[in-house]
Write a protein that binds this ligand. Structure first.
Ligand code: FAD
Length: 459
């Protein structure tokens, strides 16, 4: 079986299939020379415990029935159609490689606007964002559009004392840039109210507990009057937000706020330097009844506007999956609207046209299966679900594809294309080198942030 992508979805699917189907052999393709997807390039550096799932992935990779083929982007370096004749099954687990856009004026042409995905990739050493160089020095104000947990990761990174991050695996260039940051006042803006917000309690609590950082009180009218009677989770969140931060504004080094019921309308240019962002206009929203405190309540725009002056803004409204080249030739119609591969909800890829029947041997897992939301635990459950479908189909002798030689049969093709596949042993060399570089600086790891640097140390 080929698995495309080495994030949690790829690894958990591989793990479960290998333990359910005796003698199953897995070839895992990964476009980066290094494994683990968003566990390496997304999860915040100050949350190292989240990365413990890598221990399980290491166990999977230690099996003789597992091959890691890094530095090979399927659909780009190696055509999908060339994989097909050599496997019984292909699992698409390639996550979400793009981010969603707002589609408002100024978004694409003003300096000072960054996508949270790019910023997160930058501080985590994702090679494509190494050169981002976000301008954190021009102003004291910053605005994050979006109130999910990724937005709160970005907020924590901007508000934390940089010295508290120095022992993490955050890249040196990001630490250097953050140490020069002038950002003092941060707004995290969402289009709904606090009772409909998508962040979680743990992440808000962390921000409220940051030393020397104050939190601007939220308008009490946004909370239900009888909060004590709410179910456990909204009750705890309401109490937490109402309590706020223990640092009074007068003693704070930096401050932040959660600004609710605002939809971005335009990014505005500076009159002095028209290529630079100088402010953001938002349209005020109201929550629709009957119960304005219901977590599912929708919002609609009013005609009032608010203007926030800022030269720095982050767009954090979600990631997005895309089709990879050659899917159509395999009969897969990527669902552009939902940003997922059409499937039977259990990972069997189905055709969008005709009667939506399954396509033998083709499966999907993780964010590309159900959309880019959910923590690693959700992705694991989802991957196990796909693996169970595969095991069941195998046991029931459902039709699969007929190839069985896998990577052995593809190596000549890869060599003719001058590809430089990275094996698990080679990744371990990169791993050891990164940990060594980190140790010299008192850090957990100093990542290589360019693909040539990763490969150079393997020569
Ligand atoms: P990914 O992790 O994105 O893995 C996909 C892999 O496929 C990547 O390695 C990619 O390089 C590879 N790939 C892409 N295209 C190709 C191709 N053509 N050929 C070969 N390989 C390809 N969850 C938590 O539990 N705790 C957290 O603290 C947390 N923090 C997060 C912070 C951020 C910023 C983000 C975005 C997510 C966070 N999550 C967190 C969620 C978690 O990261 C996801 O649930 C999980 O990573 C999704 O797994 P996946 O395998 O579907 O995708």
């Amino acid at each position: 079986m080929a698995v495309i992508g080495s994030g949690p979805a790829g690894f958990y699917t591989a793990y479960k299939v290998m333990s359910s189907i005796e003698n199953a052999i897995i070839d895992m393709y990964e476009c980066m020379p290094v494994p683990f997807g968003l566990v390496r390039f997304g999860v915040a550096p100050d949350h190292p415990e989240v990365k413990n799932c890598q221990d399980r992935f290491e166990e999977v990779a230690s099996s003789p029935r597992f091959n890691f083929i890094g530095n090979v982007a399927v659909g780009k370096d190696l055509p999908l159609a060339n994989l097909r004749p050599h496997y019984n099954a292909i699992v698409f687990a390639y996550g979400a490689t793009k981010d969603r856009k707002l589609g408002i004026s100024g978004e694409d042409n003003l300096k000072g606007i960054y996508s949270a995905r790019d910023f997160v990739g930058w501080y985590n050493g994702l090679p494509e964002h190494e050169a981002l160089a976000p301008d954190l020095e021009s102003g004291e104000e910053a605005v994050i559009i979006g109130q999910g947990n990724v937005a709160l990761d970005v907020a924590r990174t901007l508000l934390s004392d940089v010295n508290s991050l120095r022992k993490t695996d955050m890249t040196d260039y990001a630490l250097d840039s953050l140490s020069k940051s002038r950002v003092k006042r941060l707004r995290v803006v969402g289009r709904r109210g606090p009772m409909q917000a998508s962040f979680t309690i743990k992440e808000v609590r962390e921000l409220l507990n940051l030393p020397s950082v104050s939190f601007e009180p939220i308008d009490p009218a946004l909370f239900p009057p009888n909060a004590a009677k709410l179910p456990r989770t909204p009750k705890r969140l309401t109490q937490l937000l109402a309590k706020g931060s223990s640092t009074p504004a007068s003693q704070a080094r930096k401050s932040w706020s959660l600004d609710f019921l605002l939809s971005p309308r335009s990014f505005n240019a500076s009159s002095a330097t028209p290529s630079n962002l100088s402010s953001l206009t938002f349209l005020k929203n109201k929550v629709n009844g009957p119960d304005v405190f219901d977590s599912w309540a929708t919002v609609s725009p009013t005609t009032s506007e608010v203007l926030y002056p800022t030269s720095l803004a982050f767009r954090s409204i979600g990631y997005k999956s895309e089709a990879i080249n050659g899917m159509k030739d395999l009969g897969i119609d990527f669902d552009e609207c939902r940003g997922i591969i059409p499937n039977d909800l259990h990972g069997r890829i189905t055709s969008l046209s005709e009667d939506g029947t399954g396509i033998p041997g083709l499966y999907c897992s993780g964010w590309v299966k159900r959309g880019p939301a959910g923590v690693i635990a959700n992705t694991m459950e989802d991957a196990f679900d796909t693996a169970e479908s595969i095991a069941k189909d195998w046991e029931n002798k459902e039709p699969f594809m007929s190839g069985t030689n896998g990577w052995d049969a593809l190596q000549e093709d890869a060599a003719a294309r001058h590809l430089k596949p990275v094996s698990w042993e080679n990744w371990k060399k990169i791993d050891v080198a990164e940990k060594g570089r980190g140790k010299a600086k008192g850090k957990e790891r100093e990542k290589f942030t360019s693909i040539p640097d990763m490969l150079e140390m393997l020569d």
